[in-house]
Every structure is written in structure tokens, then in C-alpha cells.
Design a protein around this ligand. Sequence first.
Ligand SMILES: Cc1cc2nc3c(=O)[nH]c(=O)nc-3n(C[C@H](O)[C@H](O)[C@H](O)COP(=O)(O)O)c2cc1C
Length: 436
Amino acid sequence: MTIEKLEKEIDAGGYKFPRSNNLSVLTRPVHIKGTDVTLANSLAVHPMEGGDFSAEDNSPTDTVTRRYLRFARGGAGLIWFEATAVQEDARSFDRQAMITEKNADAYKRLIDEIKKENPDVKVIVQLTHSGRYSKKGRKPAPVIAHHSLPLNDRLPLPPDYPVVSDEYLDRLPETFARCAMLAYEAGFDGVDVKCCHCYLYDELLSAYNRPGKYGGPYENRARLVLDTVSAVRAALPSAAIVASRVGMSDMMPYPWGFGVPTDGSVACDLTEPLRLIGDMRARGCTLFSLTMGTPYYNPHVNRPYGQGVPTSPEPPLRGVERMINTAAQVKIAYPELTFVGAGYSYLGEASPYVAAGAVECGMIDVVGYGRMALCYPDFARDIAEGKFDRHRSCLTCGKCSQLLGGFRPVGCPVRDSEMYLPIYQDLMRERAEAQK
Ligand SMILES: Cc1cc2nc3c(=O)[nH]c(=O)nc-3n(C[C@H](O)[C@H](O)[C@H](O)COP(=O)(O)O)c2cc1C
């Protein structure tokens, strides 16, 4: 989207977006408050699952290395490494990243290469339990915190499907802490306790009707997240960053979503998310990446898009506006914490101006790009040099998501076509065969 088009749409739709021509704010170093770490600039690569780790031991393959070295050369100050499972049954499928005692050396080699390519870049690993989206190989093997009817319907799951036990959950903080230590020793600068997009830790936050110590009141629903942050913080040396990618709102009707009003409307209520961030801060979490929604229920909220199937049920700019302005409310509540914002890829060529506006007004500290990083890995360098190339910009066409959903290596079939178009065509052929 050009800046002129954005301005026209803002006029026509009454959108509220920050904008600034002072792109140099994006090149300023960002100190992560409460740590000794300073990011080289205020641009980040979001975690983007690549679906291309070794099926044998989940270590990085050549395509993983290619992806991250391109990110490293691209000049963003922060690379937030993709969702990395903490144990086998927590994987989203057999080729997801997973760090273990056996493969940690392979992760170390990858981080060494990333840091050789860009010695200033900081890399945070996103540790996760895929929860209801876990698979054994490629077959669904959901681990659910409670029966979320809208999400059950989509899998689909029968009403008597067993809910994960308290004893299983009790073991997870130590598991996260062990993986955090492996990751830190492998060279990651910090660890994210992933808490968004309706994976296990986020789903627990809306376990209003779950009995026992992990359900019901906020204190119980937040217990596992907070215990895990404490365990990870205690396991890591003080130089390591403890971070979290938090869903500000699932944007699902109560009682199925976290961060939503109790009247059943599909909206955002920050009361509990703000409390959660404060509680995580008290346990040593200093860096937060803010997101919303879930790709499995409301992808237009999670990653506003202009093309693709299904068609977005709202103007994509509404989604971008919601994401940016809700993140600003969180930042205003916690000025002393460092936040990464999302939802900028849809804005394309106009995105640096909105990003600069958001950073300049103190609405966010760091601007992250997800889909844009796949198609235009050196977006950060080009933004810094004032030469963002619209011919390399993300079309938000959804093909990267389709590749992931089809268990194929993830990249951009449009802008990185030599590598990913044949993979995408193969997936389309397979789907057409299946429909015959
Ligand atoms: C193919 C694909 C993989 C993703 N993988 C992850 C992931 O591993 N962890 C995560 O927190 N978000 C993941 N996301 C969400 C992105 O990090 C990001 O929040 C989203 O795409 C919106 O940012 P954007 O508009 O810049 O793309 C993924 C998104 C896509 C399209």
C-alpha cells in the first residue's frame, strides 16, 4: 500500500494511525529496560514457523539456516526465533523446531552462523507447547486445557475428549526451564514463554470452567504461565532475557477467550492481560511481544490480510489499527517495559511511516514484521536507508500460511519464487488430486 493510498483510506474510513516521516527513529538503539541488553535498532523479525526442521531429530536443516541467515543479513536488531516445542507431544507437527540435549549442538551452530553474519543481532527463542494444535507426526493429537466450543468445532473434537491433567501441567515449568537453559547455552540471548494464539499456555488463561488449580479464577488460570516464567528466570543467568509473546485478546466470545468482556461480545478487554503482564514482570519478564487473536479462528485479527481464502470479514486496516492501538494501551500502562508490536506487514510500503509514527509517539518500542520478513528479509536495512522497495513488499496473499498448513517448508512463493513456487505448486497439485 502506498502512503497516498493509506492517507486516502484513513480519510475515508476514519482510521486512527500514527505516522511520521522521521524514519531515523527506527534506527535508534533500544535498551531493554531491566537488562544490560540494547538492540541495535527498533526493528524486529517476528517468530515465523518454517515447518522445515529435521523430521528425525528436529534440528535445523539447510533451509532453516538459509532463512535465518537472510534475516541476520537483513539488519533487524532482533530476531524472534520461531515456535520451538519443549517436548515431543508439544510439537505442531513432526518438522517443528524442538530443542533437546541431543540436538542442542546443531542449534548452537546455527546461532554461531547468525551471529557471525550479524554480530549485533539479538535472538530470542520462542518456547512453546502447541496444546490443542499438537500432532503426532502429522495426525492431530490435541492436548486441551478445556473444552473451548468454537475451537473444538473447528478441529473437530468430541465433547468427551479428555482434558489435560493437572499432574501433566505441573511438570511443564521444569521442562521449559530445562529447554531455556539448553537454548541459552546454545547462544540464544533470551527465551520467550509463549502465551498467545490459543496454544496451551494461552488456552489455560481462558479456562474459566476448568476445575482444580489451573481453572476458574485469574490466579488459577495464570498459575502455569507465572510458575513457568519463575522457573525459567531461576534457571537462567541474569544476563539472559526472559520474554513472552502475549495475546492481548483472543477476540473470541466469553467464556472461550482471554482478554475479552464477559458480556459475550467479540471485543478486547485489557483488564486481565494487563494484570498478567504486571505479574510476569514481577517474576522477571522484561521483554514482551504483543499479538492478538489466533490463526485458527480469526486469522484476520491475528495477521490482517488483503487477499486469500477465506476473504477477510473486516477491512484489513481495521485489524492493523486494532493491533497497533491496543499495543499502545499496553505500552502506556507499562512505560518501563519493552514491547514489540505486530500487524505491520499489511501496510507494505506505507508501513515504515506508521512504524516510525508509533515509535516516535511512544506507542511501541520495537516494530516487528512477520510475513514481510519471509518475502523481503532485508526490509530493516532498506527502511533504515530510506529505500523500501515496494516490488519486494508482502502482498499478504496467505501463501506462506497455506504452505505451513500443508506441512510444507515455509517461504514466499511470490517474492522468493525460485525456491518456494515449486513447493507451493506441488501443494496445490496435491490438493487438487485430493478433491477428485
Ligand atoms: C507462516 C506463519 C508462521 C507463523 N509462525 C509463528 C510462530 O512460530 N510464532 C508466533 O508467535 N507467531 C507466528 N506467526 C504469526 C507472526 O509472527 C505475526 O504475528 C503475524 O504474521 C502478523 O504479523 P505480520 O502482519 O507482520 O505478518 C506466524 C505467521 C505466519 C504467516
